[in-house]
Design a protein around this ligand. Sequence first.
Ligand code: ZN
Length: 185
Amino acid sequence: MTRLSETIRELTEDHAVNIGTDHIRLATEAALLDQLEDAKAGTSTGGGAVNRQTAPLGIDPLMIEQDIIRTIHTTSPIADRYGLACMPLKPRVATWGNLIPEALALAHLQDWVGRIRALFLHYQDLDAPCPRCGCRYVLIDEGDQVIRQAALVVCKETLTASCRNWECGAVWSGADELHNLAATT
Ligand SMILES: [Zn+2]
């Protein structure tokens, strides 16, 4: 499998990955574009068996998706643009990746892989009740199953924390507010 087809596969299909640094173990990771889709709604817990970390809510996943759509549109041959735009995102990415020069495709695809993976690295659940609404967990309907998630989630990159209970929606931002939150939970 070439680097290009491997990267397309990471984005569009469930795939086996190596995890751990001192030992190698195979596990399945969900297609990154599926993870991105879930992250937009804030309902994902991340890549299946490998990465059960918490997906972020909101803006970042949406910006990544918009960037993918815009990049595909602006870099694909004009004759193919309409057909690509009609496709669902996964086949669109796969088709586009094989249409344009390989080095250019690979650069964009690897950037998207990195950014989608980073979404899940920067977020961490807090196992503590929300000081505003008192919720420790929220239940999230994922189609055929209901998943329990921590109510409080911290984004280590932006130093913000938020409550997933939509009736509460509390947000803490900045180191001072996070310290206060830590002191009250
Ligand atoms: Zn709350």
